[in-house]
Design a protein around this ligand. Sequence first.
Ligand code: ADP
Ligand code: 5GP
Length: 203
Amino acid sequence: MTDKKGLLIVVSGPSGTGKGTICKAITQKRDDVFLSVSATTRQSREGEQNGVHYHFLSKAEFEQNIKNGQMLEHAVFCGNYYGTPKKAVDQMLEAGKNVILEIEVQGAMKVREKYPEGVYVFVLPPSMDELRRRLTGRGTETDDVVEERLKTALKEFEYIEKYNYILLNDEVDKAVARLEAIIDAEHCRMERNIKFIEEVCKL
Ligand code: ADP
Ligand code: 5GP
């Protein structure tokens, strides 16, 4: 069999660009993909469930988790803590799942130091005007927070060259298909298939 090891896939990009939409859609389409549930200290939005969309923690709880070494990475984004619980990621990778971390750039850079073999994907909107439309259209943030997130987007763009792929989110279905293509191609990389090559290429 060709590469069956789970990939660690980091998906970043400006707030409102459609990361959540794409990641949710791919997990509904493919059962080999697992989306990590992050922890955060931000307030839950309407419809968000604890343990499903995020683990909603107090600042004290979050800081305790960091101290206990339970976070694979964490960062402060627009005034709130966000972090990836390590245990679930390790378990899913061991089970051969492709694990997606949908995280912002600072956290992504920390993960890259620990997992250079990971796949780093940066989601781009078709334009900044469209990004603003999506962010305001979502209706989950106040005008001030929208402006803060748009300003943060400009800083996040500076990290694009640290990623392996850009993923244009013009239409959701197309973006999901591109992400699937990235995952499938990554499993075909020569260096991920050394054992398979050794098995096949002998008389
Ligand atoms: P993020 O997770 O990057 O913050 P979301 O997935 O919450 O972004 O998407 C932000 C808003 O944009 C949502 O209202 C979502 O329905 C919408 N959206 C996502 N992708 C597209 C797209 N390709 N075209 C139009 N609207 C989109
Ligand atoms: P939101 O508040 O819109 O859900 O998320 C804000 C930002 O935090 C997004 O860029 C999102 O990708 C990022 N984020 C979500 N979870 C994590 C995490 O576990 N770690 C880090 N570093 N960023 C995260």
